[in-house]
Design a protein around this ligand. Structure first.
Ligand code: ATP
Ligand code: MG
Length: 360
């Protein structure tokens, strides 16, 4: 179903994105080893990743690093190893083929369809080496890290070093990394830092864009048609005007309208309500670091776009803050994708969040 409010996995549920899918496939076929899928939240990175992994003829493992982090409050080698093997568990054919490769790895024991990882002595590098050997037989193995910027919380484990080692030496692996906090992801990968392990390494970046207004309307039209709910063109246009081409909001709007039998205005109100809840979930951690984040977001949402004007607004609300501290906070918001820096100054790239931030 086009409007289902969960990350898609099947080609027929994914609207458009043909070009991006083709680009991923070609990059993998060429044997590229590091592919990045980038874009702010709710553009459909996870959906695109899922569908690509499904469509490609190679075995793959996928780790939701954001989820791993929120479960364990860290992303230890063990947690990531555990996440990799649990994405193999239950896949009988794959496991049977992989069994011999896996059982040679320190800290891993395979019994039936279950794989045990022991926190002590487990080597992630050995696991990757085993997958690489398996990849030699299968053509390739794809290792996907969804929301890879969370790998920066590896503590003693330097995932950038592990990925660099794999990219340099394990020729049958392709890593696909997605990131909604694009600035944070690049800070972590440090391609431009001569001291960093991934310095100068080739990476194929695919930047997801929002749908154009025409495509957005077509997405809604197709989804409503599929659900058998008639909606007029003027309402489609209004919805796109308010939600822009962000697939996550468009799908949610469609889902709410078709499943709860609501009209346009009520559905938009529900989307905003959900967006408010989402902001609470996504940003509560950030807000607990500094109450200033909240006020900066509000200022930018209200239309203050210049550095000086945003700072003045924050000073007026919360008192003095020095320039460099303020810049650091603003920069963090840019790196996490909630604020965008353009030629014309700072702005909120997501119009739905912009409305929510105005009320902060
Ligand atoms: N091309 C698409 N066709 C149909 N639905 C889509 C498409 N892209 C995204 N969606 C829907 O939008 C929502 C967000 O998609 P998804 O979770 O894949 O985005 P994301 O970029 O991974 O977001 P996040 O950064 O929050 O993880 C989901 O409900 C998904 O079903
Ligand atoms: Mg995602």
């Amino acid at each position: 179903m086009l409007f289902s409010p969960y990350p898609k996995t099947k080609r027929e549920e994914l609207f458009d994105r043909d070009e991006e899918l083709r680009e991923i496939k070609h990059a993998v076929e060429r044997g590229e080893r590091l592919i990045l899928l980038l874009g702010i939240r709710r553009l459909g990175k996870s959906s695109l990743l899922n569908v690509a992994l499904n469509e490609l003829p190679y075995p793959s493992v996928k780790v939701d690093v954001r989820k791993t982090y929120s479960e364990y409050s860290s992303v230890s080698r063990y947690a990531i190893g555990r996440a990799i093997v649990s994405s193999l568990e239950g896949r009988r054919r794959l496991l049977e083929e992989l069994k011999d490769f896996l059982s040679r790895i320190r800290g891993i024991a395979v019994s039936g369809l279950r794989i045990e990882v022991s926190p002590k002595g487990f080597s992630l590098t050995e696991l990757l080496e085993a997958l690489n050997e398996y990849g030699e037989r299968k053509g390739r193995v794809i290792i996907a890290f969804d929301e890879a910027q969370y790998l920066r919380f590896g503590g003693a484990t330097r995932y950038d070093g592990i990925i660099a080692y794999a990219v340099d030496n394990l020729e049958n692996l392709t890593f696909v990394l997605t990131g909604s906090e694009v600035g944070l992801l690049f800070d972590f990968l440090k391609f431009h830092d001569p001291e960093a392990p991934l310095f100068g390494r080739y990476h194929h970046d695919i930047e997801l864009k929002r749908f154009s207004p025409e495509l957005s309307e077509e997405f809604l039209r197709k989804g409503f048609e599929e659900a058998g709910v008639p909606v007029g063109d003027d309402e489609l246009r209004m919805a796109v005007g308010e939600l822009d081409g962000i697939p996550g909001w468009l799908a949610l709007y469609g889902y709410i309208r078709t499943t709860r039998n609501l009209g346009h205005d009520d559905a938009i109100a529900e989307v905003l309500k959900e967006a408010k809840a989402v902001v609470g979930r996504e940003l509560s951690r950030l807000f607990s670091y500094s109450p200033r984040y909240r006020v900066i977001l509000k200022a930018v949402a209200l239309g203050y776009s210049r550095w000086r004007d945003i700072k003045d607004y924050v000073t007026m609300k919360l008192g003095y803050i020095n320039d460099s501290n303020f810049s650091a906070l603003l920069e963090n918001l840019v790196k996490s994708g909630y604020v965008e820096k353009t030629g014309g100054g700072y702005r909120i790239p997501d119009p739905v969040l912009e409305r929510v931030f105005r009320e902060l």
